[in-house]
Design a binder for this molecule. Structure first.
Ligand code: KIV
Length: 275
C-alpha cells in the first residue's frame, strides 16, 4: 500500500518511527522501496553528492524534476518528497505555488519540501491550499549556509531555541504535514516533537524525533568529501565498489574478463565466408 500523509500522521500517533532516505535515481528507489523505507526524499543534496557542487545553491528546478521523475518510477509504496531548490520559493507565495505545482505535476511526487520557518509560512499555506502536501525544514537549512556561517548546530542559545520552537509551530499552523529538523540538540528536537501534532524527521537531531533521514551516500560510506558527526555508516559500500572497479581493471588488463560465458557465439560457417 502506498504511504500517504495519513500513514505518516498515524505513525506519529502510534509512536511508530518513520524512515526517510534521500534518493536521486530509479535503481536506488527500487532498492529502498523494496526495503520498505516509508519516505524517499529527492533532496537538493543532489547538488553535492550527485552533481559535485560545493553547496546545494546551484541546483535548479529542472535538475530536481529530472531526478524526481526517475525516483517516482521506482517508488511503488514509498511517499516521494521533492526539495524546492534555492530561489524557487523565497520570492513570494505565488512563485512558490507555481514551482511546487510544476514539481508535483511533472514528476508525480506526493509532496514538496522547503526550508525556513515563520518567514516561509505564507508560501507553505499557499501550496497546501492548492492540495499539495508540504514538508518543512528548519534548524540547519543548507540553502542559507552562507548566512549561517557554515554547517553548524542550530538552536543552542535561549533565543535560538525559542525561535526554533516558534518556527516549528508556524510551519505546522501553515499546514506542513511533517517537519525536518536538521542539526539541532537532541533534547530540543525531542521537545519540539512533543509539541507538534505532525511528525518531525530528524537529521543530527537525536532519537526523540518521530523519524530519521540520512543521505544515502553517507549512510553507505560512499561520499568521502565530508563526513558529518551525525552520520552512521550502515555499510562500507564505497570501499567494496572501489575494490570491484580495481578488479575489473585488472581482469581487463590481463585478459581474464570477459570469459566464454560472458560472450556470444556465431556459426563458424558465417565467419569462414567473410572476405
Ligand atoms: O537535501 C537533502 O538531502 C536534505 C536532507 C539532508 C534532509 O534536505
Amino acid at each position: 500500500m502506498k504511504t500517504t500523509v495519513t500513514t505518516l500522521l498515524k505513525m506519529k500517533a502510534s509512536g511508530e518511527k518513520i524512515s526517510m532516505l534521500t534518493c536521486y535515481d530509479y535503481t536506488m528507489a527500487r532498492l529502498m522501496d523494496e526495503a520498505k523505507i516509508e519516505c524517499l526524499l529527492v533532496g537538493d543534496s543532489l547538488g553535492q553528492v550527485v552533481l559535485g557542487y560545493e553547496t546545494p545553491l546551484s541546483v535548479t528546478l529542472d535538475d530536481m524534476i529530472h531526478h524526481a521523475k526517475a525516483v517516482v518510477r521506482g517508488a511503488k509504496q514509498a511517499f516521494v518528497v521533492v526539495d524546492m531548490p534555492f530561489m524557487t520559493y523565497q520570492v513570494n507565495a505565488e512563485q512558490a505555488l507555481v514551482n511546487a505545482g510544476r514539481l508535483i505535476q511533472e514528476t508525480g511526487a506526493q509532496a514538496v519540501k522547503l526550508e525556513g520557518g515563520e518567514k516561509v509560512a505564507p508560501q507553505i499555506a499557499a501550496i497546501v491550499s492548492a492540495g499539495i502536501p508540504v514538508v518543512a525544514h528548519i534548524g540547519l537549512t543548507p540553502q542559507s549556509v552562507h548566512q549561517l556561517g557554515g554547517y553548524k548546530v542550530q538552536g543552542k542559545t535561549q533565543a535560538a531555541a525559542q525561535q526554533l520552537l516558534d518556527d516549528a509551530r508556524a510551519v505546522e499552523a501553515a499546514g506542513a504535514c511533517a517537519v525536518v529538523l536538521e542539526c539541532v540538540p537532541a533534547a530540543l528536537a525531542a521537545k519540539v516533537s512533543e509539541r507538534l501534532s505532525v511528525p518531525t524527521i530528524g537529521i543530527g537531531a537525536g532519537a526523540g524525533c518521530d523519524g530519521q533521514v540520512l543521505v544515502w551516500q553517507d549512510m553507505l560510506g560512499m561520499f568521502k568529501d565530508f563526513q558529518p558527526k551525525f552520520v552512521k555508516q550502515f555499510a562500507q559500500v564505497g570501499d567494496t565498489m572501489q575494490e570491484a572497479f580495481a578488479r575489473f581493471r585488472q581482469e581487463v588488463r590481463e585478459g581474464s574478463f570477459p570469459e566464454a560465458v560472458h560472450s556470444f557465439t556465431i556459426d563458424e560457417d558465417v565467419l569462414s565466408r567473410l572476405y
